[in-house]
Design a binder for this molecule. Structure first.
Ligand code: ZN
Length: 522
């Protein structure tokens, strides 16, 4: 372990532990493939988060592989894997982060009586022993060891003191006290940290961490209350995605600390202009739109700006604005490129949007950009981000669209002719349906020999005008597994086909990984 890593410097700041790729990915329909996870990890590095929880290595071979890839990709943040206290979990988590510049492990076990009795079927002494042994085992291999009392907010405080005392003795460096069920209230959650910090010997030598869920809409408030009570690490996700109502929203905590520095006197080290690109990137990858009224990153979060500009009353800005849109990377000029823009301008724009040109096939992306310029008069930042994510989405696919032809008129039944490559082999099929999209989905189902139930289908125009790039999101269910698919194209039927094929690829990837979620984690 290098001492130069920000997570290990003694100075006082709030570490940002991002769990978008682990807890965040557990939100329904937010499954990401390997390439998408690597894309997000790169963006997290640009954001300058301190720690990336890249997955839960023991939960599936796919998870192990993605932790490994993230560990090999980023260099600044600590990369860690979640693990239960079993020997094989710890072993797999350690193996997954072997090649990380700054490896870490996050070991958890439940401490609430209700979890002990119904989930673990273990008594308090067994749990204490399991936790201590797991931490001691990991300590032989690395130093960045985080320990979590799952369901802490419903656990007996004094029992947690005994467990935490032992794991600190065994070598844990970070103590995470999660509100797993989203049950805590800010004042109470803060008080729990004050109590634990007072009673665990050596508590001033470890970093205390908050991990909250938003079931009562209090995840950010609880995390801030924890910071007021000595917590120096917050676990959070981009856009607040996560189990049920979600996790603590990274952008909200970061900007609350920054905006109210007068009150907290402490900040994170997040590179805030990368917040907006991160939010858009994740939203496009998982196909979940950010609600317009979402603080910090929602479309309306700074909407008063536009109105004021229209009226030219600049003085009002000072009256209403507590944050500047530029501070979080909202582009001030969304209209950027067109038909006559060169490759240099394109690469320049990519960098401005937080995309590292080294990580994309620039030649291919530029060719796609030019093709888009032929279809549209102006290409917006959002269009470009879609091009890039669309590329990440399509890499290493089992199912690929080759050709699509649809016919529809007021007199005839809509008809589609689809050609796809399945594992490299070209196949064609026809379909008829209630509309062109339906006909096209029937043909795709025939070729893929998979007929998942379509649970949700939505179309969104990414930018204005009838020539806008349309993005289709669908949610499909097959054999008890729900996955989301996205596709973007200036033709809506094409975008729909790409979205369905993207979903089928995710189903295929899930099948390969034989993914079984053995445990949910903190
Ligand atoms: Zn959680």
């Amino acid at each position: 372990m290098s001492t130069s890593n920000p997570a290990h410097e003694p100075d006082d700041y709030v570490r940002i532990f991002d769990t978008t790729l682990r807890d965040g990915e557990q939100s329904p329909g937010a499954t990401m493939n390997l390439e998408e996870k690597v894309t997000i990890a790169r963006q997290l590095e640009r954001l300058n988060v301190d720690i990336i929880e890249a997955g839960f290595a023991a939960s599936s071979p796919g998870d192990l592989e993605s932790v490994r890839r993230v560990a090999e990709t980023v260099t600044t943040p600590v990369v860690l894997s979640l693990a239960r206290t079993t020997e094989s979990d710890v072993e797999q988590a350690l193996r997954a982060v072997e090649k990380a510049a700054h490896p870490g492990i996050h070991i958890f076990i439940a401490t609430s009586d209700i979890h002990l009795k119904y989930k673990l079927q273990m008594n308090r002494e067994d749990v204490l022993n399991a936790a201590t042994v797991a931490v001691a085992t990991a300590k032989k291999h690395l130093d960045h060891i985080e320990f979590s009392c799952e369901d802490a907010s419903r656990s007996d405080w004094d029992y947690m003191v005994s467990v935490l005392t032992e794991v600190v003795r065994a070598g844990a460096r970070i103590l995470n006290i999660p509100d797993t069920t989203g049950h805590a209230i800010p004042e109470e959650y803060g008080r729990m940290f004050a109590y634990l910090r007072e009673h665990v010997p050596g508590s001033d030598r470890v970093t205390w961490s908050a991990h909250c869920h938003n079931d009562l809409g209090l995840a950010v408030a609880n995390s801030l209350s924890a910071i007021k009570n000595g917590v120096r690490q917050v676990e959070c996700t981009i856009n607040g995605i996560g189990e049920r109502a979600g996790n603590t929203s990274m952008e909200e905590v970061v900007m609350a600390l920054r905006t109210r520095k007068d009150l907290f006197g402490i900040e994170s080290r997040v590179n805030t202009p990368q917040i907006y690109p991160a939010s858009r990137l994740l939203s496009q990858i998982i196909g979940q739109a950010v609600p317009a009224n979402k603080p910090i990153v929602g479309d309306n979060a700074f909407a008063h700006e536009a109105g004021i500009h229209q009226h030219g009353v600049l003085m009002h800005k000072l009256t209403y604005e507590i944050m500047k849109p530029q501070d979080i990377g909202i582009p001030s000029n969304k209209l950027v490129l067109g038909k006559h823009s060169g490759r240099h301008a394109f690469v320049d724009r990519l960098q401005h949007l937080g995309v590292d040109p080294q990580t994309v096939d620039v030649k291919k992306a530029f060719a796609e950009f030019k093709a888009l310029c032929d279809k549209k008069k102006v290409v917006y930042d959002d269009d470009i981000l879609v091009l890039i994510t669309e590329e990440a989405r399509r890499s290493a696919d089992h199912f690929e669209l080759v050709e699509l032809e649809v016919n529809s008129s007021t007199k005839s039944t809509p008809h589609a002719m689809v050609t796809m490559r399945v594992g490299g082999v070209e196949k064609s099929a026809e379909g008829t349906g209630d509309g062109m999209v339906d006909a096209c989905y029937k043909a795709i189902s025939k070729i893929a020999e998979l007929a998942p139930a379509l649970e949700r289908y939505s179309v969104k125009a990414i930018t204005g005008g009838t020539d806008a790039l349309g993005e289709v999101s669908c949610l499909v269910r097959h054999d008890g597994v729900t996955v989301a698919g996205q596709g973007a194209h200036s033709d809506i039927v094409m975008a729909s086909a790409l979205a369905m094929i993207n979903a089928l690829n995710r189903l295929h990837a899930r099948g390969n990984a034989l993914r079984q979620r053995l445990d949910e984690g903190p």
